[in-house]
Design a protein around this ligand. Sequence first.
Ligand code: SF4
Ligand code: SF4
Length: 441
Amino acid sequence: MQTHFSPEQLAQSGIQVADKILRACVHCGFCTATCPTYVLLGDELDSPRGRIYLIKDMLEGGKPASEEVATHVDRCLSCLSCMTTCPSGVHYMHLVDMARARIEETYKRPLADRLLRRALAEILPRPALFRWALRAARLARPLAKPVERLLPQRIRAMLDLVPAREERGSPNAQPQIIPAEGARRKRVALMVGCAQQVLAPSIDDAAIRLLTRHGCEVVVAQGAGCCGSLVHHLGMTEQSHAQARANVAAWSRQIEGAGLDAIVITASGCGTTVKDYGFMLRDDAAFAERAARVASLARDVTEFMAELGLKAAVPHAPLKLAYHSACSMEHGQKLHKPPRDLLAAAGFELREIPEGHLCCGSAGTYNMLQPELARGLLAQKAANIDSTGADAVATGNIGCIAQLAQGTARPVVHTVELLDWATGGPKPKALAGLARAAGPS
Ligand code: SF4
Ligand code: SF4
C-alpha cells in the first residue's frame, strides 16, 4: 500500500512504525475471512483491511479521530486473528494500538462512555478496589433484577460477569520467594497481575505448586502488578506505560540481583503485552534496554513448562477436554502446540473446537464495552464447544474463563490447574461436580 506521510510526520517514531506496517499491506483481503467482527457484521469497515484504511487516512491527514474511526476501531477485538492469516506480515497489533491511543487523545466520547472507560481503567488493575467493586455489584444485583430490562446493556453485561461468590485472596499473591522442591533447577518470577488474583486465585496457587514441584524457585516480585494491557487497549498510553515501567523496574531488580531464568505468566492476554514491553518502551531511554530484557524473559506458563519438561502424570480418570486457545495465546503469542502437547502428555483427551480461531468475545474489557457483539461471539463459541461432547473446557486466559462460563454449562478450567492436578496437585475446584473427573483429589 502506498503511503503519503510528510518528512515531518516521518520524523516521529510512531509514524515511522505505522508507515512500515501500512506499506506491508497489499490489500489482498485474506484477513477478512478470519476476522470475527467481519464474519458477524459483514461490513468492510469492520474488517482488518477496512480498519487499516481508516487508520491510514486518520494518520496521514494528521486528523483527530472521527466518530466513524472510533466506532469501527472500538469494534475491533484486538484478537489478532488477522495477523495469523496475513501473508504479508502486517503488524496490525501495533497499528491498532496506535489508533486507539490517537482516538483517546483526540476524540470526545459521550459522557457515559468516558465515565465507564475511566471507571474500568481505575478499578480493574487494582485488586483491592476491584474486590470492593465486585462486592458492591453482588449486593446491587438482586436489587437490579426487577428492572434488569430497563438497564443499559453495558451495565447488564457487567452485572452478568460478576461471580456469584467471592474468592478468598491467596497469600501467594504477596511479594515473597517460594523455594523449589528438591534441587533448584530454575529461578523464575511469577506475574500475579491484577484481576485474575481476585477472580481466580487458584490459578496462581496451582502455578506455584507446579513450578516448585518441577524444581523452580518462584519469586513474586515486590512492585510488580497489572501488565498494563487493560488500559493499553483503551488507548490510555500514559497509564499503560506507567504500569509497564513499574513491572520492568520490579523484575529488573530480580534479574540484576539473584537473577531470573524466566518471567512466568498465567494469563495469555498479559503475556502478549509483557512480550511487547520492548516495543512499548522503545523510546524511553531510561527503560528501553531493561524493557527489552524483561520481554525476552517473558514466558506463558505452558511455554515454560514445555521447555522444562513435565513430570510423569499421576493416573487419573479419563477426561475429555475441549481446548479453547485464547486469541492472545494462539495469535498474540503463537503458542499453538505447548498447551495442547502438555495436556495430552498429562493424560487428557483433547477435542478441537470447530472455528477455534474465532474469539469468544472476552477480549479484555470488550465484553463490557461491546456487549452485543461479545454475546454473538460467545453464542457461536458455546455452540462449537458443545458440539465437541467434551466433559470440560481448558484454556489459559482468565478473561476467556469468565466469558465462557457464561455460555457453556461445562466447567471451564485453567490449563495450569489441570497440569498441577495431573502431576500431584489437588483436583481443580471447577471439576468438583464432574463424576468422570474422579481422579486424584
Ligand atoms: S484484531 Fe481481530 S477483530 Fe480486530 S481486525 Fe484483526 S481479526 Fe478483526
Ligand atoms: S491479509 Fe494482510 S496484506 Fe492482505 S489485506 Fe489483510 S492485512 Fe493487508
